[in-house]
Write a protein that binds this ligand. Structure first.
Ligand code: CA
Ligand code: CA
Length: 340
């Protein structure tokens, strides 16, 4: 009998219900968190809490506009075997190789990234406070932060000076304290840490997907293609994803119609499974932890267990194979922004 797991896609993450793990929910109780069931998502978790800031924000957004449809639809990703990683890695130290055969059992995945509206439903019900809100800041791309706010910025990341820490940046204020999600409730939620994503998944009765599950969903049933839909970035001259167009970070031509994020429903279904924006728009969190040592031995439902991984799924064309082998080491507190 095919194993079913309920996996869905957030703006950095996906999830599973313990009750669907081979019909045995016992392994999901207490501290007995086993891989494959998705139960390891509980580690290092934060707690639901409430504060004045959160309650005030809820008052502003608890009424989600009626013209914003639910986007929590799930798709079945059938069991499949594919080649994960590459024997020609661009960044060998990142563990992109070797190429190995991986089998992933069937599972359910969210069709869309998690929108601000869907995340708002979670927050309104649980009073959850994200880690960015708790810390009081998050990183933003300076291009989209107001001059007024930038005046107070004194730090940046040496290797990526365009990312600047902004006090008051969080999921409700994606470009700093004077920005809002009021008019982008159908866009993906951002400034969400791994722990935040896990809590959302728990609330939704799901779990984050493993990196292998994510890659399976990305590739569909195609082999050796640059994109989930084929080899052309823009089939018939049409945009199929939201990425940075122009020279990053100085020029953003927004050829696809979007300078930053796009609605989670935008652009065509990207492969045979019907997923939207699985590449492009925002990055996705996965359940796995960062790992760099792999063997060519075939694997079934692999889950790494070193550092959290999130996938940079916007890498176009010639790097696409690497993209599927490409992941970034990060702490659970790295906040998701938009892709570039
Ligand atoms: Ca764009
Ligand atoms: Ca995406």
């Amino acid at each position: 009998m095919e194993k079913l797991v309920c996996v869905f896609l957030l703006s950095l993450f996906l999830c599973t219900s313990c009750e669907t793990c081979d019909g045995d929910s016992s392994q999901c109780d207490g501290d007995s968190k086993e891989e494959g069931c998705g139960c390891k998502v509980n580690r290092d978790s934060t707690k639901y809490s409430s504060n004045e800031h959160n309650e005030k924000a809820d008052e502003q957004h608890v009424n989600i506009p009626s013209d914003i449809p639910r986007t929590n639809e799930m798709l079945f990703i059938e069991r499949g075997t594919f080649t994960m990683g590459t024997d020609e890695p661009v960044f060998p130290v990142d563990g992109e190789g070797p190429a190995r055969k991986v089998t992933v059992y069937g599972f359910y995945l969210d069709k869309h990234e998690v929108s601000n509206a869907e995340f708002q439903r979670f927050v309104a019900e649980t009073k959850y406070v994200t880690e960015a809100e708790s810390f009081g800041n998050s990183f933003c791309l300076e291009n989209y932060v107001s001059e007024e706010v930038l005046k107070n910025v004194t730090q940046s990341v040496a290797a990526a000076p365009w990312w600047v820490p902004i006090n008051g940046a969080d999921w409700r204020h994606p470009n700093g304290p004077d920005s809002s999600i009021k008019d982008i409730m159908d866009h993906p939620v951002v400034h969400v840490s791994w722990n935040d994503a896990v809590k959302y998944c728990e609330w939704a009765g799901k779990r984050l997907p493993t990196e292998a599950e994510f890659e399976r969903a990305c590739k569909g049933n195609l082999k050796s293609r640059l994109f989930p839909w084929g080899n052309k970035e823009e089939p018939k001259g049409k945009h199929w994803m939201n990425i940075w167009h122009g020279k990053f970070p100085s020029e953003n031509t927004a050829d696809d119609g979007y300078h930053t994020t796009a609605p989670v429903t935008e652009f065509p279904e990207q492969n045979i499974f019907g997923v939207k924006n699985i590449i492009g728009n925002v990055w996705e969190w996965t359940q796995d932890w960062w790992e760099t040592k792999f063997t060519p031995t075939p694997k079934k439902n692999p889950v790494s267990d070193t550092y959290h991984t999130f996938l940079s799924d916007n890498i176009p064309v010639d790097k696409a194979i690497s993209r599927w082998a490409f992941s970034i080491q990060n702490t659970p507190c790295f906040f998701l922004l938009f892709e570039h």
